[in-house]
Write a protein that binds this ligand. Structure first.
Ligand SMILES: C[S@@+](CC[C@H](N)C(=O)[O-])C[C@H]1O[C@@H](n2cnc3c(N)ncnc32)[C@H](O)[C@@H]1O
Length: 263
């Protein structure tokens, strides 16, 4: 419990107004994750999302994936995020873009969804669940709100087997992902939560390359970042992201895409 509270505190600092603004400058569009619309489109195609699918985006950030689904596929999406400011910014963007009829957002914890059972066609996650310490409860909640035959579709940062000791711990900690699951652990947890037809794709190379580009952009645009956020923030951000990149390159952090069906 104390651990959960400390992770929540770190997440709320990480994703405070400055943190979100820095990530926006690094990642672009409405995303707090690295793959952007291309990653959303790929997962949507894999999950077979159509305009008739009711989607729940768990860990929606400021709405990047959900707004993309609402604007491109035209499906209804509900997004939830632990950070109230992010959920309200997502709602503001949805309303501003006249997508409020399709996309709605609320603050909630992935492990205690304030939503009815058997309601959704797809539970979606885009690079968000690595932060959640209690993955068994999160996946049980995902299974509960899905209708029978509904699908869970997510990409995530995973715990790889690379690096060791303090270096490995630093990489996972920089990503606020000390509780990241390995691909095998996710597979087991999905099965325990009642999912079948579990498909996994290793996307570590894609994530590593994307993170290299993000880090390169951060260094190339140093003057712009310093001007906007100050030298102290730039130094912290460059340091943290350098540590994360080393984590990807050393395979302490890997990437995976999962699709599974609620029995
Ligand atoms: C890397 S960001 C990704 C956001 C979004 N999926 C995107 O692709 O832009 C991770 C998000 O997960 C959220 N998050 C972390 N733990 C959570 C939890 N227990 N419940 C709900 N959201 C959570 C964070 O607040 C953050 O917005």
């Amino acid at each position: 419990m104390a651990d959960k509270v400390s992770v929540e505190e770190r997440l709320k600092t990480n994703y405070n107004a400055t943190g979100v603004a820095v990530m926006q400058a690094m990642y672009g569009d409405d995303y707090l994750s690295i793959g952007g619309n291309a990653s959303t489109d790929e997962l949507a195609a894999l999950a077979g999302i159509t305009q008739d699918s009711l989607v729940l985006d768990v860990g929606c950030g400021i709405g990047g994936p959900a707004l993309r689904l609402a604007s491109s596929v035209r499906c209804p999406v509900i997004g939830i995020d632990l950070v109230a400011g992010s959920a309200s910014e997502a709602q503001r963007l949805a309303n501003h873009r006249l997508l409020g009829n399709l996309a709605s957002f609320t603050a909630a914890d992935a492990t205690a969804l304030p939503l009815g059972s058997d309601s959704f066609d797809v539970v979606w996650g885009q690079d968000a669940w690595c932060h959640v310490p209690d993955k068994p409860t999160m996946l049980t909640e995902a299974a509960r709100v899905l209708r029978p035959g509904g699908r869970i579709a997510f990409t995530d940062w995973l715990a790889g087997t690379g690096m060791s000791g303090a270096e490995r711990a630093a990489a996972l900690d920089a990503a606020v992902s000390r509780h990241a699951a390995s691909a095998e652990r996710y597979h087991d947890l999905l099965a325990e939560a009642g999912f079948t037809a579990i498909e996994y794709t290793d996307i570590s190379d894609v994530f590593t390359e994307q993170y290299r580009a993000v880090y390169r952009g951060l260094r190339d645009r140093k003057a712009e970042f310093v001007d906007r956020f100050g030298a102290r923030v730039y130094t912290i951000v460059a340091d943290v992201n350098g540590t994360i990149l080393r984590g990807f390159e050393g395979a302490a952090i890997t990437g995976g895409r999962f699709l599974a069906t609620k029995a």
